[in-house]
Design a protein around this ligand. Structure first.
Ligand code: 5GP
Ligand code: ZN
Length: 111
């Protein structure tokens, strides 16, 4: 499939993988918007969060984000989880992923 994140999951495209679970990988964003900018990517190709009805995947996204936030040291000061969805939501890559941003005071703008 011609999908950047599927190719990252299969290691066809290299990336900095910081964590892997049964159902997802966590990588460093190639164009970081904060000192910590990680992407949590399900191994299965779901176009958007609307297309994923697997509650285990949805739970693992949140559980892993909480764990990684603690592990990389942004939990206490604060961080942000973002799932851009479809065009007006700013989703550029149509393979479900969650951003984990932290390590600085994040912009207060939400839209
Ligand atoms: P979206 O706008 O779809 O929510 O976010 C896509 C994110 O993927 C962007 O932050 C972008 O920098 C990141 N990205 C795009 N291509 C690559 C890549 O090849 N490798 C990595 N590590 N990140 C990528
Ligand atoms: Zn994909």
């Amino acid at each position: 499939m011609d999908c950047i994140f599927c190719k990252i999951v299969s290691r066809e495209i290299p990336s900095k993988i910081v964590h892997e679970t049964e159902r997802l990988i966590v990588i460093e964003d190639i164009n970081p918007q904060a000192p910590t900018h990680l992407l949590l990517i399900p191994k299965t190709h779901y176009l958007t969060i609307l297309d994923c009805d697997d509650r285990e995947v949805l739970a693992e996204l949140l559980d892993t984000a909480r764990k990684i936030a603690r592990d990389v040291g942004v939990a206490k000061k604060g961080f942000r989880l973002v799932v851009n969805t479809n065009e007006e939501g700013g989703q550029e890559i149509l393979h479900l992923h969650m951003h984990l941003l932290g390590g600085k005071v994040l912009s207060g703008r939400m839209g």
